[in-house]
Ligand binder design. Structure first.
Ligand code: 4NP
Length: 161
């Protein structure tokens, strides 16, 4: 089983959305016996909470049901997961400083490596902004997550279950 972890700051907006989109695609493409996913945050403020209601609403408008409960990243995640996809540069810095162990098994990558525009390495954090920021983040993550899954399928020669 190939394991993928999406990581942001609070684990209530960007990473649960990326996880929800990815899980839905994996299911659609009948790859769920080959690939699994989860999400986590570097912060501990929202542990146990479901995603932000504004993120849940935007996701559901696109047919994606977010059920994840927030959890904090832990060092062992970098031994358990094959890929860790990071939402922005400040989260990456925090991971390097506080969470990534000496010999991680995971490939640790920026989510926006898989965004064709690569305008920035940061998926903007919609939590502080207005309502429309959630749709912007949906569009950005939808493309990046699709591209990332295509990359995985090719690289690991993954076939349907
Ligand atoms: P996320 O957004 O990292 O995309 O889940 C945030 C949610 C909550 C907070 C920060 C970012 N917070 O400071 O509580």
């Amino acid at each position: 089983m190939l394991k993928v972890l999406f990581v942001c700051l609070g684990n209530i907006c960007r990473s649960p959305l990326a996880e929800g989109i990815f899980a839905s695609l994996v299911e659609q493409k009948k790859l769920n016996c080959k690939i699994s996913c989860d999400s986590a945050g570097t912060g501990d403020w929202h542990i146990g909470e479901t995603a932000d209601p504004r993120m849940i609403k935007t996701a559901s408008e696109h047919g994606i049901n977010l059920t994840h409960k927030a959890r904090q990243i832990k060092k062992s995640d970098f031994h358990d997961f094959d890929y860790v996809l990071v939402m922005d540069r400040s989260v990456m810095e925090d991971l390097k400083k506080n969470f990534i162990p000496a010999n991680p098994k995971s490939s640790i990558l920026y989510m926006r490596e898989y965004d064709d525009t690569k305008m920035s390495m940061d998926v903007p954090d919609p939590w502080y902004g207005g309502e429309d920021g959630f749709e912007v983040v949906f569009q950005l993550l939808d493309k990046s997550v699709n591209n990332f899954l295509e990359f995985l399928i090719l690289k690991h020669k993954i076939e349907i279950c």
